[in-house]
Write a protein that binds this ligand. Structure first.
Ligand SMILES: *[C@@H]1O[C@H](CO)[C@@H](O)[C@H](O)[C@H]1NC(C)=O
Ligand SMILES: *[C@@H]1O[C@H](CO)[C@@H](O)[C@H](O)[C@H]1NC(C)=O
Ligand SMILES: *[C@@H]1O[C@H](CO)[C@@H](O)[C@H](O)[C@H]1NC(C)=O
Ligand SMILES: *[C@@H]1O[C@H](CO)[C@@H](O)[C@H](O)[C@H]1NC(C)=O
Ligand SMILES: *[C@@H]1O[C@H](CO)[C@@H](O)[C@H](O)[C@H]1NC(C)=O
Length: 484
């Protein structure tokens, strides 16, 4: 009954959708390929001060500005989690990515006060997902540090390594029975660039020449600490996997025949993806970062590089702290060679020295990026932990269907033609949510009416489309096992 009505829905969709379905990959997704969707605590939960939750840097950031739009209520998933799990189940999701709000479990970030009501909330969600055969993918840190930990220096201080380790151990002890895929930190580039290098995100320190790199240094040590705690104390019994999520666009040389633009492209990827992935997968910062930041620091008269140097002990501790590769990627950027600026005000941007175009959609980009990663890092299993399309809203989201189908089609090419071990794909996001300052940027498969007290959820066209793709494991009208 359900199946036939879904098939009918699909025929209607195909007729309505005038995109490029005809060119889509006609291969079936591998049997063990996992379709999923992603969220993050601050963007969906709300309940910002309920049941003993402490204040995070995001709560403080918007409240201290008197901002009209905050994550205080967001999608109200703190109360509506049953409906969210129901939607995930009805979509047919095989995994659901969520993050834990550090302050819901540890209100001031330390083990001094453990909030049982916060623990109960996540236990309920995780159990409900497992009961519906949906694998939870759990992010330990998705940007919402406890304000108290931030006051202690946040990622500028090595004190965060032990605080983060204590928090992560508590999560493994408490939730590990239900979690097979852990993520330590989501998108460290964004944490360090927008929060420590600029004033766009909290803690808004605007330390673009040095704080940004101190952040990266302590963040990697915190990640590695959590990895080793899991490895040493939990992995044998809980049998899960843990890694870090890195984000990167694909970069194209503005002039594909220019060796300078090609070198610039490589440098852009190294400063973005390599900044964290190189350390985790190969043991150190990319050589181009060490050289350029070292040289510029010297020219600025500093006695040592603004990019902290790892000790051999730190290298050994960070090198190899991954059980799978998790990648967030959204678009492609053209880059142009730019002559090196004379020494002056220290900045990540002059350390990098690239001229960027705007980001644009190009499904080929994800395949090229996956190959770049595979060639450098020998990453093993790869999960696309986020990919998705923003628009201004509305239920008729053909643009989102076209985007996701194009990227998934390119992923099938990466799997079958390039032999890459891509094991899953997570749409950002299952539903519209609070895009770090705005409710107008809509990423959801499911619409959320933020004006309704009920935060009413309504399936968009893309939700029905994704449900059908998951059900048939195929993007085109018909698919075959493998086409050579
Ligand atoms: C909040 O909204 C009011 C009314 O639209 C506006 O006057 C005010 O500037 C806004 N405040 C902020 C911080 O955006
Ligand atoms: C990116 O570069 C390609 C050629 O490599 C060009 O066709 C395209 O218009 C460029 N896009 C942008 C946004 O600059
Ligand atoms: C990281 O570990 C790999 C594998 O053990 C090793 O080959 C490599 O030299 C290490 N990297 C560094 C910088 O020590
Ligand atoms: C760093 O400086 C040295 C000595 O001036 C120079 O040979 C080298 O090319 C520079 N490296 C980079 C990446 O700028
Ligand atoms: C609230 O949402 C639920 C589920 O979307 C719906 O069943 C219910 O009727 C809504 N209540 C109101 C008052 O809109």
């Amino acid at each position: 009954m359900l199946k036939s009505s879904m098939a009918l829905g699909y025929i209607i969709l195909v007729c309505l959708f005038n995109g490029s379905l005809a060119q889509l990959n006609q291969r079936l997704f591998p049997d063990d390929f996992m379709f999923g969707a992603a969220t993050a605590a601050y963007q969906v939960e709300g309940g910002w001060d309920e049941d003993g939750k402490g204040v995070s840097i995001w709560d403080d950031f918007f409240h201290s500005q008197g901002a009209n739009e905050t994550g205080d209520v967001a999608c109200d998933s703190y109360h509506k989690w049953r409906e969210d799990v129901e939607n995930a189940k009805n979509l047919g999701l095989q995994f659901y990515r969520l993050s834990i709000a550090w302050t819901r479990i540890l209100p001031d970030g330390t083990l001094g006060n453990i909030n049982q009501k916060g623990i109960d909330y996540y236990l309920n969600v995780l159990k409900a997902l497992k009961e519906n055969n949906i694998e939870p993918v759990v992010t330990i840190y998705h940007w919402d540090a406890p304000l108290h930990i931030s006051k202690l220096g946040g990622f500028l201080s090595s004190a965060i390594v032990d605080y983060f380790g204590d928090y992560a151990r508590l999560l493994f002890q408490t939730f590990g029975e239900y979690v097979k895929y852990w993520i330590t930190v989501n998108e460290p580039t964004i944490v360090c660039e927008l929060g420590y290098g600029m004033d766009v995100f909290p803690p808004a320190l605007a330390l673009i020449g040095d704080g940004i790199y101190q952040c990266g240094y302590n963040l990697l040590k915190a990640h590695a600490h959590a990895y080793h705690i899991y490895e040493d104390e939990f992995k044998a019994t809980q049998k899960g996997k843990i890694t870090i999520v890195t984000e990167c666009a694909w970069y194209e040389p503005n002039d594909p025949t220019s060796t300078q633009d090609l070198e610039t492209r490589e440098r852009a990827i190294q400063f973005r993806l390599g900044w964290f992935a190189n350390a985790v997968y190969l043991g150190n910062w990319p050589q181009v970062m060490i050289d350029r930041i070292g040289n510029r620091s010297q020219a600025e008269g500093l006695s040592k590089s603004r990019l902290p140097q790892f000790t051999q002990e730190e290298i050994d501790y960070i090198n190899g702290t991954h059980d799978y590769f998790a990648l967030n990627t959204y678009g492609t950027v053209n880059v142009t060679y730019t002559p090196e600026a004379p020494p002056g005000e220290a900045s990540y941007w002059t350390d990098l020295e690239v001229t960027n175009s705007d980001t644009y959609d190009d499904p080929q980009g994800i395949r090229k990026l996956l190959n770049w990663i595979n060639n450098r890092y020998n990453p093993g299993e790869i999960i696309i932990s986020e990919n998705g399309k923003v628009n201004d809203g509305g239920l008729d989201d053909d643009d989102r269907i076209e985007y996701i189908s194009g990227y998934l089609s390119s992923i099938l090419d990466a799997i079958y033609e390039d032999n890459l071990n891509v094991i899953g794909y997570g749409v950002w996001s299952i539903m519209d949510n609070f895009e770090w300052g705005s409710y107008d940027k809509r990423f959801g498969l499911i619409e959320v009416d933020f004006d309704s007290p009920n935060k009413t959820r309504t399936w968009k066209k893309s939700a029905y489309w994704y449900q059908d793709v998951i059900n048939r494991r195929c993007l085109a009208t018909t698919c075959q096992e493998n086409i050579l």
